[in-house]
Ligand binder design. Structure first.
Ligand code: GTP
Ligand code: MG
Length: 299
């Protein structure tokens, strides 16, 4: 146990899409609070995850992957979320992938390099590197390119070196009392999580381009006779997309609903009844107004 003062603050987690930011948040919190998928641009919102230690509370801020080609209103919104979360944080974690420093990583670094907060480079997915010594020249190159408070190689998936990461980050947080009560793990409520889990399953089950034009909205969330009743609308941008989401004889939609329901059942230890509808709102991702209606915060 440490004899130092209690420290608490916000730790923004930024990086290009698909490097493992959300996986890292879930691994550190020890519970799935933010969705994960093998495709880029999965996270769209700022989601907080709270990590409690004897001498520190880390309020992790999961952010959408910063991406250079953000032409649509929704993509610009995602980048704004990531940047404003970074500005508001006490410590920044720039997540990259082991052995892969891309032009987009460089672009992300350019976006945050002017910020005053301590910044750590988190080199994720080291489980994919054999033998590990291969990483040394890569780590040296990163150290040369990015003047950071530290470089921490980890595997979010294998939970490798995460305690070390928590330790070095906690040391840089301000001396402050906890920001959240000890039983709070996230700022998001159950309907938000339900919508996100449905979107995660859609992302997993649909071909590559489609998930970007999909939004999930909870229309009804209620407890009835000990069960959680959820009605969700899956918004797509065109009639053709609706047919794809539903699938032949409704098979795909059924499977997506089944997977989401199982996950929510397990997570909440409650019986969940989930009904899904697919509706069309043309080009909603290009519309500031549609984003507002869907509850994307104003930034
Ligand atoms: N091998 C390996 N895969 C990982 C690790 N961490 C994450 N992944 C995988 O990388 C993919 C992307 O993970 P996410 O956590 O969704 O990445 P993200 O950075 O949040 O992505 P966006 O939200 O799209 O910006 C998923 O398939 C994860 O399972 C890791 O430590 N090792
Ligand atoms: Mg994510």
């Amino acid at each position: 146990m440490s004899a130092g003062p209690f420290r608490a603050g916000h730790v923004a987690i930024v990086g290009r899409p698909n490097v493992g930011k959300s996986t890292l948040v879930n691994a550190l919190v020890g519970r799935k609070i933010t969705i994960v998928a093998p495709k880029p641009q999965t996270t769209r919102h700022r989601v907080l995850g709270v990590v409690n230690r004897v001498d520190a509370q880390l309020v992790l801020v999961d952010t959408p992957g910063l991406h250079e080609s953000a032409r649509r209103v929704m993509n610009q919104y995602m980048n704004r979320v990531a940047i404003s979360s970074s500005q508001d944080s006490d410590v920044l974690l720039l997540v990259i992938e082991a052995m892969r420093f891309t032009d987009e990583d460089l672009w992300v670094w350019e976006r945050v390099r002017g910020l005053k907060q301590p910044l750590f480079v988190v080199v994720n997915k080291v489980d994919q590197v054999y033998p590990r010594e291969q990483m040394l020249p890569f780590l040296e190159e990163i150290a040369e390119r990015i003047p950071a408070s530290g470089i921490v190689p980890i595997s979010a998936q294998q939970r490798d070196n995460l305690e070390r990461l928590i330790e070095v980050v906690a040391e840089r947080l301000p001396v402050a009392p906890p920001l959240f009560a000890p039983d709070v793990v996230t700022d998001r409520d159950e309907p938000f999580h339900a919508a996100e889990v449905v979107r995660e399953k859609l992302t997993l089950k649909l071909r590559d381009e489609l998930p970007y034009g999909i939004n999930v909205q909870i229309e009804r969330y209620a407890e009835e006779g000990g069960r959680i009743m959820i009605h969700a609308v899956i918004w797509v941008e065109r009639a053709g997309q609706k047919a794809i989401v539903i699938g032949q004889r409704g098979e795909r939609l059924k499977e997506i609903g089944r997977l989401a329901r199982i996950e929510l059942n397990d997570l909440w230890q409650r019986s969940v009844h989930l009904e899904l509808w697919v509706k069309i709102k043309e080009n909603w991702a290009d519309s500031e107004m549609a984003l507002r209606q869907f509850g994307y915060e104003r930034l």
